[in-house]
Design a protein around this ligand. Structure first.
Ligand code: FPP
Length: 248
């Protein structure tokens, strides 16, 4: 089935977030090491970026490295950092040529200095771009982000900059790392795992969830288009009834 041609241009999600999972299992199935799986995962990142660009989706958030991933064996963490650095280096030109903006969310202070500097430079150089925005979640966890927001809001309450009566969900959203980004309408997770793993817990309150058994290195353009097609046939009610939605 060709999903791309079936996609309704007027019903596209503005923001798609992806939990890219299954690189390790994909490599193991081939008798290779986990790093081989991550390297193959980079190809899927490229495919999905191209597909999102083709559809003119505005935001694509990729969970590349969680706070918990720091606990993996050092050799794997180092390899993932090198892979990220190499990918940013090799893709920088393409990002600029294709009007793509790069953003990063997460505790970037925990990243090696070299990577932090490189990322800041590319963020700066792509900030005027108006096409797709790729948001890479790096050393990110949702609980870390929410705790940070609570700390910052509390500080401002203490300094009389915020009145407690003015704390509402819009204000909380402004204190998250995603303050400038709309909430994702669609969250995809690959590899047949049915969990959220500390990713965008606040932001996915009303997101449609799409789970596929495909391992991340096997997830390409066609699989991305299929997820968008599936999303377009969901009924998003936001707590209302079907009748209320259809009447609109
Ligand atoms: C999860 O698979 C994947 C990761 C922790 C890393 C994802 C990173 C990439 C795809 C490469 C670099 C990314 C960018 C944005 C250039 P897993 O290792 O948990 O797989 P498993 O569950 O099968 O062990």
């Amino acid at each position: 089935m060709n999903f791309k041609d079936k996609i309704i241009k007027e019903k596209l999600p503005k923001h798609v977030a992806i939990i890219m999972d299954g690189n390790g299992r994909w490599a193991k199935q081939r008798g290779k090491n986990r790093i081989f799986g991550h390297k193959s995962g980079v190809k899927s990142v490229k495919e999905v970026v191209e597909a999102a660009g083709t559809l003119k989706i505005q935001y694509l958030t990729l969970y590349a490295f969680s706070t918990e991933n720091w606990n993996r064996p050092k050799i794997e963490v180092d390899a993932l950092m090198t892979l990220l650095l190499n990918s940013i280096n090799s893709e920088k030109k393409d990002l600029i040529e294709n009007n793509i903006q790069l953003k990063v969310i997460g505790n970037t202070e925990a990243l090696p200095t070299k990577i932090r500097q490189k990322i800041s430079k590319v963020i700066e150089e792509t900030k005027i771009n108006t096409g797709l925005t790729i948001v890479i979640a790096l050393s990110y966890s949702s609980r870390w982000e929410i705790v940070n927001a609570i700390k910052n809001i509390s500080k401002e309450v203490k300094e009389n900059k915020i009145d407690i009566s003015n704390i509402n969900s819009d204000l909380v959203s402004k204190y998250l790392t995603t303050s400038e980004i709309p909430d994702p309408e669609l969250l995809i997770r690959t590899s047949g795992e049915y969990r959220i793993s500390n990713f965008l817990l606040w932001q996915i309150a009303y997101s449609e969830l799409y789970f596929t058994k495909k391992l991340w290195p096997d997830f390409g353009k066609e699989e991305f288009y299929e997820a968008i097609y599936d999303f377009q046939y969901r009924e998003r009610r936001f707590g209302k009834t079907s009748e209320q939605i259809l009447r609109k």
